[in-house]
Design a binder for this molecule. Sequence first.
Ligand code: AMP
Ligand code: ZN
Length: 464
Amino acid sequence: MAIRIYNSLSKQVEDFKPMKPDMVLMYLCGPTVYDYVTIGNYRTYTLGDIVNRVFAFNGFKVKYIMNYTDVGHLTGDNAGDADVGDDRLEAAAEKEGRSAREIADYYINDFLKGYDKLNLIRPFKFTRATEYIHEQLDLVRALERQGFTYRTSDGIYFDTSKFEEYGALSGLSAESIKEGARVEPNPEKKNPTDFALWKFSPTDTKRWQEWDSPWGIGFPGWHLECSAMAMKELGETIDIHLGGEDLRMIHHQNEIAQSECATGKKFVNYWMHGAFLQVDGGRMGKSLGNAFTVVDIENKGYDAMALRYFYLSAHYRSTLNFTWEALLGAQNSLHKLYDILAGYKESEDASPSERHLSLFIQAVNNDFNIPEALAVLWDTLKSNLPEPVKIATAIKMDAVLGLNLENYVGYEIPQDVVNLAKTRGEYRKAGIWDKADMVRRQIEEKGYIVEDASDGKFKLKRKM
Ligand code: AMP
Ligand code: ZN
């Protein structure tokens, strides 16, 4: 059964046709590693994870690349112009008193912790922009050779008027971009849509990260890195390119322009864009104090997996509104799912329900309709199928959903954990709170959580 994808380039749902049989080459624009990654960003990475898992579920081998932007992403991008402002990495280094490399390492490490907590399967490779400078310079050289570039006082620019198909993805003419921009246009640019391929280092300050080039010391423009890394790792034409919807208009349009002009080949067959996560019905932003992280979620007592379930509850092309109540709702549903599975009896020889699996595959292959796939999972559990069949079906579906369902199936609490919980209950009865707390920690170290009921009884659950 064909996998159907809404292609942002054709603005239509299309049957997916891979270039190589049974193989998918896929690239996703990852985080700019100058600050903590937000739950908005993670919505987009969860989309990448779902697409990756759905292809694997259909028997494809997926070569999946995600990048770290650790240079060249300027603050002007927020106002619609990626060629002006400070380099976010350099600014963070200045502010935090660490080198740009240390800043990147620190936030990459933090990003990966959240990534793993959300049970996102790691890509084939995470690529760092600063490790592909050579490829980026080669790309600028290729464009220069073919007459697509020009020089200004601050860098080497791509001349978008030389690429006839410019605007095919964004749907925007140069004029409408000019009107939409909230920053003063660079007067040296020949066209408002032109963008920097290579920027020169300032003459008065030394940057943390800069490289020699045929045009002068400097650093690569933000858009350039994704083209260079995608083509180096996956080839000149790739199957799928993903990112958040904010990248469609400019960043991805520019990736197409520079890649296709350099190689003369189509860069990407299917463009996918994930809708944004909002908070309380509005924009999420650092300045608004609502750019929550996975750690913020945990500090409020929620599981990271509840956030994953929350993401799965909406189709990727619909805006999703984050509220704490909605997260609580997602967590309750997830815990209910775990509780139901924990109550079932397993049997080794049960096989999944073909009928439910087929409905599930229809949903996920129909432009990644995960909310519908979740509904099929719930229908399976509510059906009158034998319990072992329900378990086998749910576990099979979880290869796509990634909710760790297997961990909760018919588990028994080990006797030593039950004994510890009883000991803790006795300490509590006697009012010896510090010892009761110590035993609770021992229980947690063994991977369980003890919940107290009002009548002095307790319930043990596996930690998520
Ligand atoms: P950045 O770190 O700003 O380069 O963004 C990294 C990725 O997260 C990109 O693919 C963005 O499109 C995506 N992104 C940023 N903000 C949000 C949001 N609020 N909701 C969903 N995706 C987002
Ligand atoms: Zn990119």
